[in-house]
Write a protein that binds this ligand. Structure first.
Ligand SMILES: [Ca+2]
Ligand SMILES: [Ca+2]
Ligand SMILES: [Ca+2]
Length: 230
């Protein structure tokens, strides 16, 4: 019986890695459910533009502290995000603002150093959430999404995480006021991107990890059910 328990835990840990698609809508941190880990979303500032949608070359660091706190041992559920987007409703417009498509938000645990490593070295993938971008208008605005399924970070092994965004279509964001926001890092070499502090909002919840005895009892009960069905 002891040999079967790890596979059950692995299943539980990986089943939340990919969330279903929700849809981004105009709004800000006040539209996010859960605790606002950071609430700085604002338009203005510099442009971040990826004609190929590959915004994941750029990650934003969210350290513990301020409006949220984890000592690195809790379960952290990441429930939503708001970012400033330069939208474009015309699919063939050559200015390559954000086109309609599917955005993917990718979350990494930053490990003991609390910093994005070169090529994410020393960092651990927490999971991803996707959201449809389906704008009917042009122009710059704040957009939010509450994920259909939270990205769950069980027994958080760090007090900081990063989030990046990519798209299957052109992507253009604003950074918000230049001197305001969270630190941006180049995910290739781990270097800080000066002048690109990102004004975003991220929401979630922090809860104690369930008592081991409770988790064990649940697994044993599940194991018993599976055994009975064979
Ligand atoms: Ca790190
Ligand atoms: Ca950093
Ligand atoms: Ca770094």
């Amino acid at each position: 019986m002891r040999k079967t328990l790890p596979s059950l835990f692995v299943f539980a840990a990986t089943s939340s890695l990919v969330a279903e698609a929700a849809t981004l809508a105009a709004g800000d941190g006040s539209d996010l459910t859960g605790t606002l880990f950071v609430d700085l979303v604002a338009t203005g500032g510099n442009d971040l533009q990826w004609d190929n949608g590959n915004g994941s070359s750029h990650a934003w660091e969210i350290p513990s502290g301020g409006s949220w706190a984890s000592d690195g041992s809790q379960t952290v559920s990441l429930t939503g995000i708001a970012i400033p987007i330069w939208a474009n409703s015309t699919p063939d417009d050559t200015t390559n603002n954000t086109q309609n498509g599917t955005l993917t938000f990718t979350f990494y645990s930053l490990g003991a150093d609390g910093d994005v490593g070169a090529g994410y070295s020393g960092d651990t993938l927490i999971g991803t959430a996707t959201a449809a971008f389906n704008s009917s208008g042009d122009g710059v605005g704040n957009y939010f999404v509450n994920f259909d399924t939270p990205v769950v970070w069980v027994a958080a092994d760090s007090t900081a995480f990063s989030v990046s965004v990519s798209s299957d279509a052109a992507l253009r964001l604003k950074t918000g006021p230049v001197a305001t926001g969270v630190e941006a890092e180049n995910t290739g070499n781990g270097n800080t991107r000066t002048g690109y502090l990102m004004s975003l909002s991220v929401a979630g919840t922090v809860a104690p990890v369930p008592e081991p005895s409770v988790a064990l009892l649940g697994s044993l009960a599940l194991f018993g059910l599976l055994r009975r069905r064979r």
